[in-house]
Ligand binder design. Structure first.
Ligand code: FEO
Ligand code: CA
Ligand code: CA
Ligand code: CA
Length: 538
């Protein structure tokens, strides 16, 4: 991270000029004295130590405001969902004072949402309410006094949830219908070069269960919504593309069906696109999809990674005899992607989570969060370099970028984001039930971290924020000017007893029941880090 070759630097300048940023010289940036002591900037960029405070704790020079929280009315009779995760900031081309924010709602903690104890079956009223609060929200942002705020009642505001009918791409019929009812388990996502967002259905099996591909039997889901509604499990576990202005959506069959964490998209020179996606389950795989048409995800080929051999293996039925023997057609492979990936030798990874493309080097970063059965507790960030920097290539090299651990100061990397200066921001996800226990005790609450690209501390992992009790930060995303970082605060207080006799967290009010919500982080330290034309300070 401390050195940029000339080719990368020229690419970097191109990226920056696209944003209208004029960089200072790289050599000046690389050796820039870190604002760690008394300085003219008014803040010290030392990061924070792990803490167990039930608050959003921030490093010096950062501030936060609450943007929106669970169940807030977004328009008459429409409400903001639960456990917000992936966020996507969509600028308004004509008006820099307004924007749209897409928000994923990953799951529900039933005692907080419907009042249902988790081990009981839902009534129809309870299931309906829980199903309402997953999916996604589209909300209008406007700038007030220089800060982004949410505008209730705006016509753009809408919900998609587990009740919303969504067609399969290309008119595909799955389990008797070309329309699925609902999107759910929406974890991370991505966006396309043509302005749509991608929301990923991850732990869909929690909702209506999952069918065993060998026996055909359906195992019950965590929420047991199948007790109320009969829905084919095959209708979930897809990447869903949403047009943010209209809310129009489709489920993309060609990207495969598994516990999709994210869908990270990049465009080839001829307009076709490549989408990277991980299957967040112990010993599951990393995939890439290459579209066959420009600006469309409807047709194309899915590949699975063999990380040891550095190869992308096609899951096209015509390419492999093992696939032809096991599956009757391509659609059966798309529905049972895990099984197909295993047959062709996809590498079993430590739960691939978010994926981001480095804006300077073009490398593909993959968060591998942990693999507890294999005693891999801390995870790592993997760096993949496609051959000749070509995203269409079927060969790559892979190396560890950073390894989690008590010494590294972080565990279980999950969501990531690069800023305009090429700093890597990421969040940690130690689960609510494992935090404050060995081997995680010393790391205390989950956090937000940055790996600076420039300055004296380039390459170090610095903790910038700490989450409230039981919570994780998710969905980091920047405004177009990189002066605001939007961040989800997910599942505060999820370890509270189901009868709600007490709460382990009281965020954000400091008293009473906790709520998930979105914060926006601003401040001079954020601007210092995200802007390459650093202020003359130290
Ligand atoms: Fe929903 Fe893989 O985190
Ligand atoms: Ca995640
Ligand atoms: Ca991300
Ligand atoms: Ca996670």
């Amino acid at each position: 991270m401390s050195h940029l070759d000339r080719r990368s630097f020229l690419k970097f300048l191109g990226t920056l000029s696209a944003y209208g940023v004029i960089p200072m010289s790289v050599s000046a940036c690389e050796h820039k004295k870190w604002p760690g002591t008394e300085n003219a900037l008014g803040f010290k960029l030392n990061g924070i130590e792990p803490t167990d405070l039930d608050q959003v704790v921030l490093a010096d020079g950062f501030h936060y405001d609450l943007l929106i929280r669970f169940n807030q009315e977004i328009k008459p009779n429409e409400f903001f969902g639960f456990n917000n995760d992936f966020l996507c900031f969509i600028p308004d081309e004509a008006d820099t004072e307004q924007a749209i924010l897409w928000v994923n709602h990953e799951n529900v903690h039933t005692p907080f949402v419907s009042g249902r104890m988790r081990k009981t079956d839902p009534s129809k009223t309870e299931a309906d309410l829980e199903m309402y609060h997953v999916g996604g929200s589209i909300i209008r942002l406007i700038k007030k006094d220089g800060k982004w705020t949410f505008r209730p009642g705006d016509p753009i505001n809408r919900r998609l949830n587990a009740h919303t009918p969504i067609p399969f791409s290309g008119g595909t019929v799955i389990s008797g219908s070309n329309i699925a009812v609902g999107t759910l388990a929406n974890c991370a996502g991505g966006f396309t070069p043509w302005g749509t967002i991608l929301t990923c259905e991850e732990n869909y099996h929690d909702c209506f269960g999952e069918r065993d591909p060998e026996t055909g039997l359906v195992r019950s889901g965590l929420y047991r919504w199948e007790k109320v509604y009969s829905r084919p499990p095959e209708h979930y576990g897809w990447v869903v593309e949403v047009e943010p202005k209209s809310g129009k959506a489709q489920k993309h069959v060609r990207l495969g069906r598994f516990a999709h964490e994210c869908a990270t998209c990049t465009r080839l020179k001829d307009g076709r696109v490549v989408v990277y996606s991980g299957d967040d389950k112990d010993d599951q795989c990393l995939y890439k999809f290459i579209s066959s048409e420009p600006d469309s995800l409807v047709e194309g080929t899915l590949y699975v990674a063999d990380v040891d051999k550095g190869r992308w293996i096609s899951l096209d039925i015509e390419s492999n005899e093992k696939l032809r023997e096991r599956f009757s057609d391509q659609l059966e492979i798309q529905i049972n992607t895990r099984l197909a990936a295993d047959l062709v030798g996809g590498s079993k990874l430590d739960r691939p989570e978010d994926i981001e493309i480095d804006p300077i080097s073009g490398d593909v970063f993959v968060a591998l969060t942990n693999n507890k059965p294999k005693k891999e507790y801390f995870g790592q960030i993997l760096k993949i370099s496609e051959k000749d920097g070509n995203y269409e290539s079927l060969e790559f090299t892979a190396e560890t970028f950073r390894t989690g651990g008590v010494e590294s100061g972080f565990a279980c990397p999950d969501n990531m984001a690069f800023d305009i200066s090429g700093n890597l921001w990421f969040t940690s996800d130690m689960s609510g039930s494992s935090m404050h226990k060995e081997p995680y005790t010393k790391l205390k609450n989950n956090g937000l971290f940055v790996v600076p690209r420039f300055g004296e501390r380039a390459g170090e992992v610095i903790q910038i924020a700490s989450a409230p009790t039981d919570a994780e930060f998710t969905g980091p995303t920047f405004s177009s000017d990189y002066k605001t970082l939007f961040l989800s605060v997910q599942h505060p207080g999820e370890m509270s007893p189901d009868d709600l006799s007490s709460f382990t967290s009281h965020w954000p009010d400091g008293e009473g029941k906790p709520d998930p919500g979105i914060i926006l982080i601003t401040g001079p330290a954020l601007e210092y880090l995200t802007h390459i034309n650093l202020p003359e300070g130290e």
